[in-house]
Design a protein around this ligand. Sequence first.
Ligand code: CU
Length: 306
Amino acid sequence: MKYLYSVLFVLLISVGVITQESDAQMHSSDADHSDHAITILAEDYAFDAPDEIPAGWTTIEYTNEGEEQHFMIIARIPEGKTFDDVASQVTPPCNEIWYELRDGEISQEEAFEKLGVELPKWFWAVEFMGGPGLISPGLTTKATVQLEPGNYYLECYAKTEDGEFHSIEGMMRGLTVTDARSEAAPPEADIDITLSNFELDIEGTLTPGTHTVAVYVAENPEEGFGHNVHVARIEPGMDIDEIVRWMNPFEITGMQTPAPTKLLGGMQMLPEGQTGYFTLDLEPGRYLFVAENTGHLGVMQEVNIE
Ligand SMILES: [Cu+2]
């Protein structure tokens, strides 16, 4: 079953699109280039992002300029393959199978089987390298990840109110990480989150204000999956199970507009043994830290901030 979850996860999120915006924005954030920062804007439905960045620790300042919730996962494409290969060989079958699942024509099990048959073998070597978690319209988050040279793609697979992946609507594009290397160091974190297959552990004191959160993915004895975290505000009277359900893209209406609550960012799926960082602005209140596809298995924690 765990394998099936990881399979469906990987497959569904690769549903993509061919269009790309060419407006690129990239800047070094200061004169001595000690901090390698790029700015990416999320729109309904496109990323305004650079085409090329140097390797090394990279801080992505991600602003949601749209009217729907957005995130951005960064996926490394296997050696010898390109974004066009993803768009032409992976996207079309994935989207067709998603429609059949969404429209109730096939079960999840049948979807797994079809994907296993219809996708190219190389797709299983795609590696997910983190990226900014879900944020509500108007918010900005910073996510810091380490990227090695290669071909990557960026994707948001949140859904429109009609159940279309944002990627299909335009939120998927290629990114080249070049051999040039920035000397940027990772940020200092004051909160540590450790993710494993079935647990989310938070260390540090969450208080009102801005925090830098380090997200570490533990090595798992079994095949790992679902190693990501998003932060959602729990308003009075809200049903936590409903937030967890919405966070799960396997649910037919999971991650679909409208979002049930305010979303404050997080860290997208990382490989085992890897650390990524994100900034988090908190006000007093209750928050849910939850993995999108394994929250219902217990990978979540509720936090109360006085
Ligand atoms: Cu989106």
